[in-house]
Design a protein. Structure first.
Length: 255
């Protein structure tokens, strides 16, 4: 059997990893996903000299940041470009880059805090979800070790109710601006074509609306804590939430 040309190191449900996976799928680049549960992901990440995922391995080359992975996919892939072609003289970021950067810096971290705030408060549900998501031996280790993992996640992302409340405000603000931008009837954030702005909004906000087409299992709504069901319903009912579900239905090309 031929080896896949690319390997993507992930925490499968991570929204930054969904961003990389979506870009690879969009550009029809075959890859093998090497999935780790949180903390175990260090086994995959540290040899590349970093602590976070996604990491794309392309032969001798390592691409260790989701934005760089999108640019890499634009260079080698066969899908429509995610970023516009730009010359080195262009000093100012264009609209696609501006949205993408804001989603990376402000939306992604805020979504993580809001979702983990709910998940960590419901330990048994979240443990069972992680056990289901983990590959092979990690499943065995995570069940007894979940208390430790829960503390580590809470500490490393500084999950507190006050921070979750502020993060929610930031998400609501971004959702309102996305809705306002789309209110003139344009199909995508920067006009008529799907771009890195849409892909990044889709992936980083995806866990808030739990789309069926997300590239990994998300915490299931069946049997979910009421707080998670409520959160999902609230975001699905917004204009930006409807746009998210449309993006997944129409533009989340699968492998
Ligand atoms: N700027 C990075 C952020 C990636 C990121 O935050 N990854 C998280 C998962 S969503 C992670 O690996 N967290 C574990 C850690 O930092 O130890 C990117 O865009 O790739």
């Amino acid at each position: 059997m031929l080896a896949m040309p690319y390997a993507l190191i992930t925490i499968p449900f991570s929204h930054f990893c969904e961003k990389a996976r979506w870009a690879l799928n969009h550009h029809r680049l075959g890859f093998e996903e090497q999935a780790y549960l949180p903390l175990f992901h260090l086994i995959g990440a540290l040899p590349s000299g970093q602590r976070s995922v996604p990491i794309l391995k392309a032969g001798e080359k390592t691409v260790g940041d989701s934005t760089d992975i999108l640019h890499f996919c634009d260079q080698v892939g066969s899908g429509t470009r995610l970023f516009a072609e730009r010359s080195l003289d262009d000093a100012e970021p264009d609209a696609i880059e501006t949205w993408e950067e804001e989603f990376d810096q402000r939306l992604g971290p805020a979504v993580r805090v809001v979702v983990y705030d709910v998940l960590l408060a419901h330990a048994a549900y979240t443990r069972d979800f992680m056990v289901e998501s983990g590959p092979g031996w990690q499943r065995q280790a995570i069940r007894p070790g979940f208390g430790m993992l829960r503390q580590a996640i809470s500490k490393s992302y500084a999950i507190t109710p006050a921070r979750a409340q502020r993060a929610r405000g930031r998400i609501d603000d971004i959702f309102a601006r996305v809705a306002q931008t789309l209110a003139d009837g344009r199909p995508y954030l920067t006009g008529d074509t799907f771009s890195a702005a849409d892909l990044t909004f889709g992936s980083l906000a995806g866990p808030l609306v739990s789309p069926a087409e997300y590239g990994a299992a998300l915490p299931p709504l069946e049997g979910a804590p009421d707080a998670l069901k409520r959160l999902t319903e609230e975001f699905r009912a917004t204009a930006a939430g409807e746009y998210l579900l449309r993006l997944y239905a129409n533009d989340r090309i699968q492998a």
